[in-house]
Structure formats: C-alpha cells, structure tokens
Design a protein around this ligand. Structure first.
Ligand SMILES: Cc1cc2nc3c(=O)[nH]c(=O)nc-3n(C[C@H](O)[C@H](O)[C@H](O)COP(=O)(O)OP(=O)(O)OC[C@H]3O[C@@H](n4cnc5c(N)ncnc54)[C@H](O)[C@@H]3O)c2cc1C
Length: 489
C-alpha cells in the first residue's frame, strides 16, 4: 500500500482520492478551507440556499462511475433529475425562446421563433454526437502526452476527420455559416462561455459543447449541486480517505525532482505520491518554488471569471425557468471588453439560475433564489468595487426592462462574489472559472498535463490542467491522472 497526499478538495481532488483509494492506497486530502468542494460549494443566508459556483450539471455518468468503481450503487448516495427545459433565452426586443432536452422540440422552437429551417437545426444537433465522440476520445479522456492516445484506432478515425472538427475556423464563423438568423448564431455562440472562452476566437471544435445538453441532457442533482460534493466526500470517507480541513499546504516537498511529501503549518508529511488540485499557477509559484516551472504553459490566457449576485427575491416570476439567459445587444463587444480590455460592458449578458423553481426548499414560500452570473475578466487588479456596483445597476435595469417589473424592491437578501473573492476562496489564478481560455486552436495542447516526468510521483488534477475546467473535465482529469499513476507503478 502506497501513501498519497492531495492538495485541495475541489471536485478534481476528491475524484482522484476516490480512484486512488479504490486501488487500495492510503489517501490524505489537505484542504485550506474548512469546507470541501472549492468552487462546488454552497452558501445560505436569510432563508435562501444557493449553490456557490456551478449550476449546470452535465455528464452525470462521470459521477456515477466513481461509485461504481467502489462497488457501490450510485443511487444509494446521489440522485439527479433530467431537466425537460434547458434554457429560456430573452432578448431586449422582446423575443423569447425556450430550448428543450428533446432536440427536435428545440429545433421546432428555433424554427418557430427565428424562422430557421427546423430540419437544419435538428441535423446540426444530431451531427454533434459523432464529432463529440471523436473529440472526447482524443482531447478529453486521455493524456495528450501519452503515445497510445495518438496511435489508437480511434485516433486514426480522429485524423481522418480533422477537416470536419473545426480546428481552422472560429466557433462564430462556423455558426454564421450554419444558421440564418443572428439570434440563432448568438444562441449557439454562447456555448463558448461554458469553458470561459470567446466565441469569436475559440475554434469551431467547441461547437460540439451543446451535444452535452441536447443529445445527453442537462441535469439537476437532488439536494442541489452541493450534493455532488457531499456524496463524493461521503464515499471517499467510507473508502478510508482522510480529510484534513482548514490545513493549507505551504509546500510540496521534493527531492531529486521527485515529490516526497507535503508541508503545512502543522509539519511535514511524507508521501510516496502527491497530487495538486490547486490551480497550476500558484501551485508552481507557492508550493514548488524550488522547481523550474513550464513558463509557456503557465503564461496561457486565463478563462473568464465572473461577478455573481446571489439574490433572495421575495416573489415568484412565472416567465422564468431554472436556467435563463438575457442576451447583450452587443455580443461581440462584450467579449472584446472581457478578453481584450479586461473590463465589463454596460450591457452584459445575464445568466440567471433559479434552483428553487424545482427545489422549493431553496427559498422561503412564495420566493425565489436568484443566482446571477455575469462573465467578467480574470482579476488583474481592476477596480472591482466600482465594476461590481456598475454591473449591479446594469443588471437590475436590464432585468427590470425585460421582465416588465422593477426588481429592486424584490431583492431582500444579497451576497456577491467577484474575481477577487473567487481567487481568495479557491486559490484560482485571477479567479478564472475554468483555468485557461480556449481562445486559440493550440489551447488544448497548451494545458499542463496531469503528469510530467520532470517531477516524478507528482500528479495534477482540476480545472487548470488537462483536459480543462467544468465539472466533467475536472472528473476526467482525475481519471487520466489515476490511469497514469497505474501505468507508472
Ligand atoms: C461561479 C461559477 C460557475 C460555474 N458554473 C459551472 C457550471 O455551471 N458547470 C460546470 O460544469 N462548471 C462550472 N464552473 C466551473 C467548476 O466549478 C470548476 O471547473 C470546478 O468546480 C473546479 O474544480 P477543481 O477540481 O479545479 O477545484 P476548485 O474548485 O478550484 O478547488 C480547489 C480546492 O483546492 C483548495 N486549495 C487550493 N490551494 C490549496 C493549498 N495550498 N492547500 C490546501 N488546499 C488548497 C481550495 O481551497 C479549493 O477547495 C463554475 C465555476 C464558478 C466559480
């Protein structure tokens, strides 16, 4: 039995702990906060409950798999619902459109509201599955450093399909060729934000993201997103994983380019293997100052961050669903502001999530819990107090106009997160939500791998490393790291 120390209890760290414990090893997780989950945590105040970070759950099979490899029935720990409606979109000219889990229903709705050809939308959505299978095999489920990834049969299929994968066009240009109506293009461009990127720069390869929702499904865990963290922590503990909460790691101890332990204020703990679930940039800077860092990988553009308003609202709004988007009238400018000028547009796109539409216990009777996310640049020392207040006023104005009700008097409880607080709560560089942006065609190759032979016995998991941010990819990072661990030992 080997000993394994993990820095951080984000979803990537917990998933790796479960995988390593299932292989029969002793695992200890050191977590700086006094709660687990990092971005996947919750906040409660004034009778309202909010998931602090993620609100959209896709690919639940990746969570189920962790219970299955432990020989458990996932349903004894964790349950989820498939949402029949995926998102309601609002534009300032009064256009309103709902997308559905059923791809044909979505195609008909887009045809009805925007005049697209339903058959064209349906064919587009159906065609995503094949592309997704190729891309996920090549880029999401395996190490890009491992020669086997590039010599498998599936890789050959990938090479043959390279011209169809959209590496050489941007997502926006691709959608502009596919669809007639600017609002359809905007609707599908929006999926670039699912990994914190700019649709006017990110390769069209990422156009496959809606496959997750329309061909597989958008889900909601029973008990909220926090149920993912809680059920996995329960499983980890049953497997013997030890959690040392409120114990920040100060150093990953190395000897001869090999990780040999973890140092905290309480002492030095020797381990045979170590993994970092801390963001890659502070991991090198703060925990591994003795090691030469891979500068090119660390200097990649960071993904967007966000300003999040958690509002307790004292009435119900029937026009709203679980997931709602109020689009900016100046979408391209919005991304130029975020990624170019590192600031926020006065007319931002608003994402509004209301879990209490389904989980009524998340808000008092007759009330709703509004989680509002505005895409923002990563923290580079901007005047956030000013930007948050300006954005708050812009959000209230836009929502009031679109809903035909002044929302100000209905906000009865509030908390706010901005890139600074995301950074301080999770150590994510600049408060970036998804690690690196994917704003160029080489981005997938410029993410830090889950293992580098330059530092033996050290593994990397979470949103800032391969294959990227978001819950499914963080879970994949743990799977790839565990596979590499098995190959190494
Ligand atoms: C507002 C918001 C909305 C999002 N929406 C979605 C969504 O809808 N769907 C989706 O799939 N994803 C979404 N994401 C992204 C998703 O939350 C992240 O990709 C994922 O949770 C990151 O997990 P991680 O494993 O990288 O760890 P993190 O959540 O980044 O956690 C890292 C952990 O390590 C700990 N740590 C760091 N340094 C140390 C140290 N030195 N010592 C000890 N502990 C340390 C931190 O305290 C933290 O607990 C969202 C994120 C945010 C913030």
């Amino acid at each position: 039995m080997a000993s394994f120390g993990i820095v951080g209890s984000g979803i990537g760290g917990i998933a790796l702990a479960i995988r390593i414990a299932c292989l029969g090893h002793k695992v200890i997780i050191f977590e700086a906060n006094d709660y687990p989950g990092g971005k996947l945590s919750q906040i409660e105040f004034g009778g309202y409950r909010f998931d602090a970070g993620p609100s959209l759950f896709t690919l639940p099979k990746l969570v189920d798999e962790l219970f299955e490899i432990a020989g458990k029935n996932p349903r004894d720990y964790f349950n989820y619902l498939r949402l029949p409606e995926i998102c309601t979109y609002f534009w300032t000219d009064g256009t309103r459109l709902t997308t559905y889990a059923d791809a044909h229903e979505t195609a008909s709705e887009i045809a009805k509201i925007l005049g697209e050809e339903a058959a064209n939308i349906a064919a587009f959505l159906k065609g995503l599955q094949d592309k997704y299978d190729i891309i996920s095999e090549l880029f999401l489920e395996n190490s890009l450093q491992n020669i086997k990834t590039w010599t498998s049969k599936k890789a050959l299929r990938g090479y043959l399909n390279i011209p169809n994968l959209g590496l050489f066009s941007t997502m926006h240009d691709y959608h502009a060729r596919k669809f007639k109506h600017p609002k359809t293009i905007q609707l599908f461009d929006r999926y670039a934000t699912y990994n914190g990127s700019n649709p006017y720069q990110t390769p069209a390869t990422l156009s496959v993201i809606p496959n997750l929702e329309y061909n597989i499904g958008a889900f909601m865990p029973v008990g909220g997103m926090i149920a993912i963290t809680n059920s996995l922590c329960q499983l980890a503990q049953e497997l013997g994983v030890e959690f040392r909460m409120g114990e920040k790691v100060d150093e990953i101890v190395t000897e001869d380019q090999r990780a040999i332990g973890i140092k905290t204020a309480k002492g030095i703990f020797a381990f045979d293997h170590v993994a970092s679930n801390m963001d890659i940039r502070p991991s090198y800077k703060k925990l591994l100052p003795q090691i030469q860092s891979p500068k090119k990988l660390l200097n990649q553009e960071r993904s967007s961050s966000g300003i999040i308003f958690y509002w307790g609202v004292n009435r119900k709004f029937d026009a709203l669903g679980v997931h709602n988007i109020f689009f900016s009238d100046h979408y391209k400018e919005e991304f130029q502001h975020i990624f170019g000028d590192k600031t926020l547009l006065d007319d931002p796109t608003i994402y509004l999530h209301i879990s209490s539409k389904i989980a009524t216990e998340d808000a008092p009777d007759g009330c709703e819990n509004w989680f509002i996310l505005i895409n923002a640049p990563a923290n580079e020392g901007q005047d956030w107090n000013y930007l948050v207040q300006k954005t708050r006023a812009n959000v209230i104005k836009k929502l009031s106009n679109c809903l035909g009700v002044d929302v100000t008097p209905h906000i009865v409880a509030e908390d706010i997160l901005d890139p600074r607080s995301i950074e301080s709560r999770t150590s994510s560089s600049g408060g970036a939500l998804y690690g690196n942006a994917s704003n160029n065609k080489f981005a997938a190759f410029l993410r830090h791998p889950n293992y580098r032979s330059a530092i033996k016995n050290l593994y990397w998991v979470g949103g800032s490393v391969h294959p990227g941010g978001g819950i499914p990819l963080c879970l994949s990072s743990a799977k790839i790291a565990a596979k590499q661990f098995q190959e190494n030992n």
